[in-house]
Design a binder for this molecule. Structure first.
Ligand SMILES: Cc1cc2nc3c(=O)[nH]c(=O)nc-3n(C[C@H](O)[C@H](O)[C@H](O)COP(=O)(O)O)c2cc1C
Length: 362
């Protein structure tokens, strides 16, 4: 099944394998596309993946969580992004852009010394920052920024958009009662915590129309006391479908969680696909495609997930840093990715760009 085509909305993906959004630290210091970034995407496209989701792209300067992050917060970025989408299309690939605002998970040094903005002033203990609670005006400004960025994405030739609604960044901060302590239109109960993503989607749909694929990555659980979990995430997923999201990628965790989105030492098949139990429930509830990410390394595990209707698509990040042509290798005869989930590729601060450390030491 792994190599059978399936649609997301009106786009036919040639197989069930997706490159999950992966920040590369390869935009220039102002967020523009570079030739190094294009090379990575060309390698992924010619490596046989069904869909590439870009590394998170910044919709507003106040949401910069990492240096050299791809950006889309004004029209000057469109030309460079067009060269990226052209390169992928020429290599036979399909590409969505992931739109992000980093919320409270941003270092003040990347924001000109200003504190990050967030739904509420809840101390972030990993970066050791106290964010500033967003004003009503700021909330609407960021919603508008998502809409305008979506418009630019379509103009730049992306085949669709993914909203980053996972991992403790701004959209997931609004959804989670751990980070959203407001008592106004934007927070206070489950219904009001949903308003931010609801208005954001309205802005995006106004910008790109109803026929353009718009998907979301969300947390099934935050893995933190008082955070998103269980049935609430299922109810959110159902509402995301109702407000016209075209697929849901299921992940979990945030900077402060014990259980992170990218877990280490995934060496045995039993440890693979660690959000599998969640997508099983998402699949039962939703009519839109469900995408599973997190620790998938073996072809037979991926095949079993699809056969058992535990997900519709298999998404991977770290294995494709090491082997961008893994889909082609799977198609030939390879059974297991070479990635050992050591997370060396995540040492952003030390690396000049994101790469496989293990491969370098070989
Ligand atoms: C270097 C690196 C950068 C990442 N950047 C992003 C990102 O920009 N957006 C996102 O949603 N997830 C990001 N992730 C998380 C991955 O998309 C994925 O959810 C996680 O790594 C688990 O999948 P894997 O086991 O296949 O790596 C990143 C992960 C890594 C290793």
């Amino acid at each position: 099944m792994l190599f059978e085509p399936l649609n997301i909305k009106n786009i036919v993906l040639k197989n069930r394998l997706i490159r999950s959004a992966t920040y590369e630290k390869l935009a220039d210091k102002n967020g523009y596309v570079t030739s190094g970034l294009i090379k990575i995407y060309e390698a992924l496209a010619s490596g046989g993946i069904g869909l590439i989701i870009t590394g998170n792209a910044l919709v507003h300067p106040s949401g910069m969580s990492v240096p050299q992050i791809l950006s889309i917060h004004n029209d000057s970025y469109i030309a460079g992004l067009k060269t990226l989408t052209n390169a992928v299309h020429n290599a036979g690939g399909t590409i969505f852009i992931q739109l992000v605002h980093g919320g409270r998970q941003c270092y003040p040094e990347l924001l000109g010394g200003k504190p990050p903005i967030a739904p509420s002033a809840v101390f972030e203990s990993l970066l050791r920052v106290m964010p500033k609670q967003m004003t009503e005006e700021e909330v609407w400004e960021i919603i508008a920024a998502f809409g305008e960025s979506a418009h630019r994405a379509k103009e730049a030739g992306f085949d669709g958009i993914q909203i980053h609604g996972a991992h403790g960044y701004l959209v997931s901060e609004f959804l989670s009662s751990y980070t959203n302590k407001r008592n106004d239109y934007w927070g206070g109960d489950e219904n009001r915590r949903f308003h931010f993503v609801e208005k954001l989607m309205r802005a995006v749909r106004n910008a790109v129309g109803n026929d353009y694929p718009v998907i979301i990555k969300m947390n099934a659980a935050d893995f933190i006391n008082g955070g998103l979990e269980g049935d609430e995430s299922l109810r959110i997923a159902k509402r995301l479908e109702e407000i016209s999201f075209d697929a849901v990628e299921v992940s979990g965790g945030m900077y402060e969680s014990d259980l992170k989105p990218a877990r280490e030492q995934i060496l045995k098949e039993e440890d693979e696909a660690y959000f599998r139990a969640y997508t099983k429930d998402f699949k039962k509830l939703l009519n839109i495609p469900v995408i599973l990410v997190g620790g998938i390394r073996s072809k037979n595990v991926a095949e079993a997930i699809l056969k058992n209707h535990e997900a519709d698509f298999i998404s991977m990040s770290r294995p494709l840093i090491r082997e961008p042509d893994l889909p082609n290798k799977f198609k030939e005869s390879k059974e297991k990715a070479d990635c050992i989930s050591c997370n060396g590729c995540m040492r952003f601060r030390k690396l000049d760009f994101v790469k496989c450390i293990h491969e370098e030491n070989k």
